[in-house]
Ligand binder design. Structure first.
Ligand SMILES: Cc1ncc(COP(=O)(O)O)c(C=O)c1O
Length: 384
């Protein structure tokens, strides 16, 4: 039977995050700290614009790369928040980061190429690399506090290296590169000519002033592909809206793949995006980030008291913690936790086979539920 299918599919599995989340559904009244699903509704101005689009029958195809007004809005948004300029010819509006990432990898990879992925890593990357008949080379960042250093990266570059994927801030660790590491990486990568895919999907959820987008490094422009979306920042995971920025030669190739994969992103959603520049939208965003920060600080404090080594991360809404102090691996920890306390978290090896002694906790949940979940986790580890 398997011979009927694309043989590359035999190399990939459904994401362990989703598998484990589904496993947890069998328990009653389970508190889910599993998925990267923001707690809040989409900002009101965005929703209102979507309704307006429907009433005005703005429901036909847009150009493949997106409606001009949407492209202009996103470019202005990038300028305002990340401090860099791209042209109208250098952007594609896509179906979330997932789609533009897939289109980008498909447009640059040839069979046998190597893609460097700093790990632990978001589980969406490696399968895309394998589907393109290429090899994912992971770089362990745990010994450096989840920071990728030039020294570590250099050790993994070979003549086959086509690209490196940099996720900043990171899922699952929440780590953001220090200014020094980022500057050094940008300077070094500029000398290599390999493609740099910067996945910046969490770069509005930050607890540091030290962040800088890779788009703001002119020396990287020729080889840089920036992917981002409104999923996490604007609590719009179900809208499926993202974008990719790259120099004209590169974006023209990505546009070919994007066109045949999806034609264009949803017109209603694209129209609604005009409201991301609305001050009310920004006000709602500031409220969301303040709430994530409060949850993060509270959870770090409680989990440290419970016996975890928990350092506050610089962004996103996850804690990635070692279970080694408790003498159990992450998978056993997460399974027993849900079985015995009905609190669901994700085993850390969902983000790389080497991370068997970790778990990921997503803390974008309301404070009373988080308090209860942390109380149960503390009770659970006390008995280990
Ligand atoms: C690092 C990272 N990149 C990309 C994505 C996919 O996001 P989108 O909803 O924009 O496709 C996720 C989702 O969890 C993520 O964590």
């Amino acid at each position: 039977m398997t011979s009927l299918f694309n043989k590359n599919l035999s190399k990939i599995q459904t994401s362990k995050i989703r598998q484990f989340d589904t496993y947890c559904n069998r328990f009653d009244d389970v508190i889910k700290l599993t998925l990267g699903q923001p707690l809040f509704p989409t900002p009101a101005p965005v929703k209102e614009k979507a309704v307006e689009a429907l009433h005005r029958n703005i429901t036909t195809y847009t150009p493949n790369r997106g409606a001009q007004v949407t492209q202009e809005t996103i470019l202005r948004y990038c300028k305002q928040h990340f401090g860099f300029d791209y042209d109208l010819e250098e952007i594609i509006v896509g179906v979330g980061t997932t789609e533009v990432l897939a289109a980008s990898l498909c447009s640059i990879l040839n069979e046998g190429d190597e893609v460097i992925i700093p790990a632990p890593a978001y589980s969406g990357y490696e399968p895309l690399v394998l589907l393109n008949r290429c090899t994912a080379k992971t770089v362990d960042t745990a010994p450096d506090g989840f920071q990728l250093t030039v020294e570590n990266l250099k050790k993994h570059i070979t003549s086959k290296t086509k690209c490196v994927i940099l996720t900043d801030p990171s899922n699952p660790t929440g780590a953001s590169l220090s200014r020094k590491n980022r500057d050094e990486l940008a300077a070094f990568l500029a000398t290599t000519g390999i493609f740099v895919i910067a996945d910046e999907v969490y770069n509005r959820i930050l607890y540091t002033n030290d962040h800088k987008s890779f788009g703001a490094y002119p020396e990287l422009r020729k080889q840089l592909i920036v992917v981002n979306s409104f999923s996490k920042s604007h609590s719009m995971t179900g809208w499926r809206l993202g974008w990719v920025l790259a120099g004209k030669d590169v974006i023209n190739e990505i546009a070919k793949v994007h066109q045949y994969y999806v034609t264009a992103a949803s017109t209603i959603g694209q129209y609604a995006l005009q409201a991301v520049l609305d001050p009310q939208t920004e006000k709602e965003l500031a409220h969301m980030v303040a709430s994530y920060r409060a949850n993060m600080e509270y959870a770090c404090c409680e989990l440290t008291q419970a016996g975890f080594d928990c350092k506050p991360p610089q962004g996103a809404f996850y804690l990635y913690l070692s279970t080694a102090n408790f003498g159990v691996d992450g998978d056993a920890f997460a399974r027993r936790l849900v079985q015995e306390t009905n609190v669901a978290i994700i085993p850390g090896d969902a983000f790389g086979d080497a991370y068997k002694n970790y778990v990921r906790i997503s803390y974008c949940i309301d404070k009373p539920t988080l308090t209860e979940a942390l109380r149960r986790i503390a009770g659970f580890v006390a008995k280990l």
